[in-house]
Design a protein around this ligand. Structure first.
Ligand code: 0WD
Ligand code: CA
Length: 384
């Protein structure tokens, strides 16, 4: 039957070498089965990027007292920005640490309560029972691919104990862009984090904009969802909580954004046509119901805050993007990845690539040539 969760999950016959992004009519039709994302757990990252298995860095939204009388200078404190070192690649390490700290989700019940308790191996994982693991941001990139022509991506893929791990690799274009950012771009990036500081607090006191801003500390949710036949587990950084909400995570989470204010009608329509797709894909994946955006002028001052409901974003796309296309695309791409990544071995890496402007996704195979991203400490948590 149409719309079944079993649809679209497998290949029969020979596996093709490439996956066609175009024409997008390949992906039209009804929205595939996608279950409501459920929070399994969460973690925080400390100022030295160390992992802690709790929510200490989850912030509370603290709206400016009079949103109509705003004046938030996003450039303030730029000199004291404490920036994360982007040369350090953390891959999926923090998601894997969360898995190790929360093994109970993945141990077979008969073994945790079993009579023949083997202390040597019974707290070790056999397999996770999950098809795909990634950062939420990786799936966002996949979802946006049918509508993206300028930015490419590269994803490393490994099949380990029946689970496919997807970990982004920085493209040469992204690396160049990162290293060549001009002052204005750096200030824009800082402004996003400064905005977060203006409108969030630890839940005990008001925001303190006199403190230096850092983009190192973080709170991340870990969610489970099903797409078609696939069980997905992914983690995403969450900006803050809606205080006083009676809803449970992730439905009481909020996503914060900044965007250039609309000077012309063209600015406004291009916002709805292009930017909102990324926002929708990112928040919809983890079930965050609302995005709050500070609109800055060209002097970096926010005088207006707007709220966007995730569920209402698709109807503002003006036909330029379609959520069903994005999700059908993701489902078919995951099925393709699964049909390619068949050797279950942590040293085996399949590199999938979408080059800017190209109409296909292609891949190369790597074994023991420095691409491995599954660490030894993670492998050791699994039963031999
Ligand atoms: O290994 C990698 N190549 C990547 C790792 C790529 C993307 C993210 N990450 C890590 C980040 O270090 C962070 O800990 O994943 C975590 C966030 O994962 P995500 O939620 O899956 O990422 P995404 O949805 O792309 O971004 C969410 C937020 C961003 O908010 P905005 O409003 O800009 O979308 O995570 C933050 C940022 O606040 N963020 C980062 N912060 C510092 N450095 C970075 C970064 N490189 N990337 C995302
Ligand atoms: Ca954000």
């Amino acid at each position: 039957p149409p719309h079944s969760r079993r649809d679209g999950g497998s290949y029969t016959g020979p596996v093709p070498r490439t996956f066609a992004v175009r024409p997008t009519t390949n992906f039209t039709g009804q929205f595939p089965f996608f279950s409501r994302p459920r929070e399994l757990g969460h973690f925080s990252l400390e100022i030295d990027r160390s992992f802690v298995n709790d929510d200490r860095h989850l912030k509370h939204y603290y709206p400016p007292s009079k949103e109509s009388d705003l004046d938030l200078d996003l450039r303030q404190g730029f000199e004291t920005f404490v920036k994360r070192d982007d040369n350090v690649k953390e891959r999926l390490n923090n998601v894997m640490k969360w898995i190790i700290h929360n093994k109970q989700h993945f141990l077979k019940p008969e073994r945790t309560v079993g009579v023949h308790y083997d202390t040597e191996t019974d707290d070790m994982i056999e397999s996770l029972g999950i098809d795909f693991i990634a950062w939420r941001g990786h799936f966002t990139k996949f979802l946006c691919t049918p509508n993206e022509n300028r930015e490419g991506w590269e994803m490393a893929v490994t099949l380990f104990r029946g689970t496919i791990y997807i970990s982004e690799v920085e493209t040469e274009q992204d690396r160049q862009h990162r290293l060549e950012m001009n002052h204005w771009e750096k200030q824009c990036m800082y402004g996003g984090y400064k905005f977060e500081q203006y409108v969030t607090s630890d839940g005990k006191k008001a925001p303190d904009p006199s403190q230096p801003v850092n983009n190192i500390e973080a709170f991340c949710t870990v969610v489970r969802s099903d797409l078609g036949p696939f069980k997905l587990l992914y983690s995403g950084e969450v900006d803050c909580l809606q205080p006083g909400s009676t809803l449970k995570p992730p439905e009481n989470y909020l996503e914060l954004k900044t965007s250039r204010k609309w000077y012309t009608h063209k600015n406004e329509s291009s916002f709805y046509r292009y930017k909102l797709l990324k926002w929708w894909a990112q928040s919809f994946l983890v079930g965050i119901p609302e995005v709050i955006c500070g609109f800055r002028d060209d002097d970096g001052v926010v005088q207006e805050i707007k709220h966007f409901k995730t569920m209402e974003m698709p109807k503002h796309s003006m036909g330029s993007w379609d959520g069903s296309v994005c999700f059908n695309f993701l489902l078919k791409l995951l099925a393709f990845i699964k049909s390619v990544a068949v050797i279950d071995d942590p040293s085996m890496v399949y590199l999938f690539e979408r080059k800017p402007g190209e109409s296909v996704i292609s891949y190369t195979e790597h074994r023991a040539d420095g691409q491995q991203f599954i660490p030894e400490w993670y492998i050791s948590a699994f039963k031999n």
